[in-house]
Design a protein around this ligand. Sequence first.
Ligand SMILES: [Zn+2]
Length: 59
Amino acid sequence: MADTIDEANQLAEQHLERSLRAARQPVPVGVPGECEQCGGDSARLVGGRCAPCRDGRRR
Ligand SMILES: [Zn+2]
């Protein structure tokens, strides 16, 4: 029984660790839509802006 609890705790710890790592280095989630900056359609907007705008490039 104790082993099962230890295992559960370990899993929870690993999950927490992953969550904290993800929070420290957030991977931007892209959403399809219209870029706020250039108005172009993009399959992956991050923060409302397309990749060229985020990179500081103009299309
Ligand atoms: Zn753009």
